[in-house]
Write a new protein. Sequence first.
Length: 125
Amino acid sequence: MANEETTQGAESGVQEGLEKVAEAAGQVADAARAAQPPTQNIEFILDVALQVTVEVGRARMTIQDLLQLGQGSVVELQKLAGEPLDVFINGQQVARGEAVIVNEKFGVRLTDIISPEDRVEGLGT
């Protein structure tokens, strides 16, 4: 009987110890949740200014040809008429579009958004 009482006492002590460990673990989890900053949303970056550039085309010329340009000169671009314009944000191409006029101002209607995978591939060039 003494062994049974000792065994029951040990089991009771173990049970109490496990309950205290579980309670302490719960307190640690609660403290960890309280220490984490509140969930951020995208609103805090909405006012960040970005440089948007629309490229009609490109040309390569010598300095001599450049110096001969004057009012009325025509610079031939490598793009064909009717090809989509390239849209860049902070120097990274993100879309293609077509020129439009809105309220007597030029604009760009986006016709194709570059996929994130293609944008990542473009970073290496």
